[in-house]
Design a protein. Structure first.
Ligand SMILES: Cc1cc2nc3c(=O)[nH]c(=O)nc-3n(C[C@H](O)[C@H](O)[C@H](O)COP(=O)(O)O)c2cc1C
Length: 181
């Protein structure tokens, strides 16, 4: 028997993609924000979408710098990911506070997170209607790289190495750890 699920959490049916840490710059200050709501839009041209509340520091940073990086944290960063989501980059330098390595990116101004298992470098595709009505940030991916023992043409979830982490809601995260077909 099925039971009704509150609509406020119904997105969790389709939600658990890997949590990402989005980084950009505002007045040269680096922003780094966990984002769980995201999706691929197109593989040719490669394009993604992020849902970012417009009061977040990262939102302002992306609009100013016009590019951003999407960094995939590994499982051993789960605790830090939670903490990164509890403070604003407007008040603290999160890279410094959490002793994270900030690295230059290959094709965008925004920094990349050293230690991430994968990085997408994106240029903001400015779609005013989506941005202002729905807070949807579109990015054209101009460079992508990943640790070779973790991602080949897909995440190697069956390996014993580091893995992306998935947000189930609230304070709960899980790991994809089994390939079934
Ligand atoms: C696991 C996790 C996922 C999150 N996903 C989103 C999201 O998809 N969109 C969003 O606007 N905020 C999301 N947040 C909240 C922001 O990360 C959080 O409010 C953060 O402190 C904002 O930082 P900033 O002001 O430095 O950008 C998430 C937080 C966590 C911990």
């Amino acid at each position: 028997m099925k039971r009704p699920i509150p609509l406020s959490i119904c997105y969790r049916f389709i939600g658990p993609g890997p949590v990402v840490l989005v980084s950009s710059l505002y007045d040269n200050k680096a922003a780094l924000t966990p984002i769980a709501w995201h999706m691929p839009i197109s593989d040719d041209p490669p394009m993604i979408a992020l849902e970012i509340w417009d009061k977040h520091f990262i939102y302002k940073a992306i609009l100013q710098t016009k590019d951003f990086t999407v960094n995939i944290p590994s499982s051993d960063m789960a605790d830090t990911v939670r903490k990164l989501g509890s403070v604003s980059g407007a008040k603290v330098d999160k890279y410094k506070k959490f002793r994270l390595a900030k690295e230059p990116s290959k094709k965008v101004l925004s920094p990349s997170l050293g230690g991430a298992i994968g990085v997408l470098e994106c240029k903001l595709r400015r779609d005013k209607a989506l941005l202002t009505k729905y807070n949807i940030v579109l990015g054209d991916v101009v460079h992508a790289e990943a640790e070779e023992e973790v991602f080949t043409d897909r995440w190697l979830v069956e390996s014993s190495g580091p893995k992306p982490i998935h947000h189930l809601g609230g304070k709960i995260f899980c790991l994809p750890d089994k390939k079934i077909v």
